[in-house]
Design a protein around this ligand. Structure first.
Ligand code: FRU
Length: 488
């Protein structure tokens, strides 16, 4: 009966029970993808943090494992990363038997006060992450002057032969380096005036990717999540920067005033990438919620799910180099039926209605604007519940409207129309949609735009309707893929 509750995601990761937030410590080792996550085992709201744990062969089907890290005398276990210590730089491992090292934030308080005391600690595992030992020298990095001092993401920098840590330090990212993960040295600080400072900076990541697939032209991407300050309409969200990194300093190649969002939906936060994937892919997963209402979403036995794992790439767009995201190809393994439909024209004001025989759907569709100024589709979950995904041609916007999607009275910030800038290409827009029981992920133009959105419909998705306004829209490459549950 597990994973049959109302709103329970069927092809996204969610914990068996209780509260989850950020993905942590993602690392690939000995043919397994590890996913750890911020976990409160005693309640369905945020509380003393542990690291929950799951493993997968394909990042789609997951096996739950026991809690990996418990709070200790240094505090709760906040977000962080994990790496394979291939060369035993730590000395934790035996010759030729590399293991995993987790680098996380110990979140306690200073003695005799309740001022937060956030410091970085290590734990290691010699048995593929099944059991963990905390390093006796913890914490390995602290700074009494900085209150928000957390979420270490660590990687090995070949060119300088050093470990690099990016750490969220208030409203900047501080970079440290180390030969052995045990001793850390300040390298530089980034971001005082760059990008959005709408909230506290959290959960950074830093990695390089080829531009347009050209390995001779690589750029570095720095991802930074921004907390909810209670005042923006968006709540918590994720930005990124593009630039160069030489092992010590990140140089943003855009203007400080440029803010680039990773996702234009409300529900993709605190995401970072896997470490040590050997096939060259850079794969990202985010927490599919928003601090504005994460503790209030209407699920009972558990709270929160992750986004689909997404492969990141860099492409040149009219606005400059941008990150694209595509669900990993492994997600194709849950397709059951594929229904391909004929090309068609939707006339102005006419609605073309098509059945969906499954609640779990991937939909691929290409629109071509002939004379219309607004087109798209409406997913009807029931007589009264619908989610509208449309393109406003005059304003170059992709709109994902969840105001009528279902239950939404738990937060006044929830009912909303999410807007993303969208460039039509030869009057065309390609959409790829993933519809689960309580989420919709929209990828436009091969992942140039992503909109990740929770929805809480009571009904099943049983119909979708193509719409065109102000003129005709042509529809082609329409494929409806029925998906199967990953929890069997
Ligand atoms: C981001 C975050 C992190 C912190 C963790 C605590 O969502 O606030 O900065 O480590 O959650 O659970």
């Amino acid at each position: 009966k597990m994973y049959k509750e109302q709103y329970r995601p069927q092809f996204h990761f969610s914990p068996q029970e209780m509260w989850m937030n950020d993905p942590n410590g993602m690392v690939f080792f000995n043919d397994e993808y590890h996913l750890f996550y911020q976990y409160h085992p005693f309640g369905t709201t945020w509380g003393p943090m542990h690291w929950g744990h799951a493993v997968s062969k394909d990042m789609i089907h997951w096996e739950h494992l026991p809690i990996a890290l418990y709070p200790d005398e240094l505090g709760a276990i906040f977000s962080g990363s994990a790496v394979v210590d291939w060369n035993n730089t730590t000395g934790f491992f035996e010759e030729n038997q590399p293991g995993l090292v987790a680098i996380y934030t110990s979140a306690g308080t200073y003695p005799d006060s309740d001022r937060p005391c956030q410091r970085q600690s290590l734990a290691y595992s010699k048995d593929n992450g099944r059991t963990w030992e905390k390093y006796e020298g913890n914490p390995v990095l602290s700074d009494v002057a900085i209150t928000d001092y957390r979420d270490p993401k660590v990687f090995w920098h070949e060119e300088t032969n050093k470990w690099v840590m990016v750490l969220a330090t208030g409203q900047t990212i501080t970079i440290y380096t180390s030969p052995n993960l045990l001793k850390w040295e300040f390298a530089s600080e980034f971001g005082h005036h760059a990008g959005s400072h709408d909230g506290v900076w959290e959960c950074p990541d830093l990695f390089k990717l080829p531009v347009n697939g050209d390995l001779g032209n690589e750029k570095w991407v720095m991802i930074v999540s921004i907390g909810d300050n209670g005042e923006t309409k968006e709540g918590s969200r994720t930005q990124y920067f593009i630039g160069e990194f030489d092992g010590t300093t990140f140089v943003n190649e855009n203007d400080d005033t440029t803010t680039i969002w990773l996702d234009y939906g409300r529900d993709n936060y605190a995401g970072v990438s896997w470490s040590d994937i050997q096939d060259g892919r850079r794969i990202y997963i985010g927490w599919m919620s928003n601090w504005r209402y994460a503790n209030q979403v209407p699920t009972k036995e558990w709270r929160s799910a992750m986004t689909l794992p997404r492969e990141l790439a860099l492409v040149t767009t009219r606005d400059g180099i941008r990150v694209t995201q595509k669900p990993v190809e492994e997600v194709h393994s849950i397709r059951t039926e594929t229904i391909e439909l004929q090309e068609m024209s939707i006339e102005s004001g006419k609605e073309v209605s098509l059945p969906l025989n499954n609640q779990l759907i991937e939909l691929n569709i290409e629109f071509e604007k002939e004379s219309s100024n607004h087109f798209g589709l409406i997913i009807k979950h029931s007589e009264t519940e619908k989610t509208k995904i449309s393109v406003d041609v005059l304003n170059d916007l992709l709109l994902v409207d969840r105001t009528l999607s279902g239950e939404n009275d738990f937060s006044s910030s929830f009912p909303t129309v999410q807007e993303a800038p969208l460039e039509l290409k030869n009057n065309r827009v390609k959409l790829q949609l993933f519809i689960d029981t309580s989420s919709i992920e929209v990828f436009a133009n091969d992942g140039e735009v992503a909109v990740t959105s929770l929805i809480f419909p009571e009904g099943l998705n049983n119909e979708f309707v193509l719409i065109s306004n102000g003129g005709t829209t042509n529809v082609s490459n329409l494929k409806i893929m029925e998906l199967e549950t990953i929890w069997k």
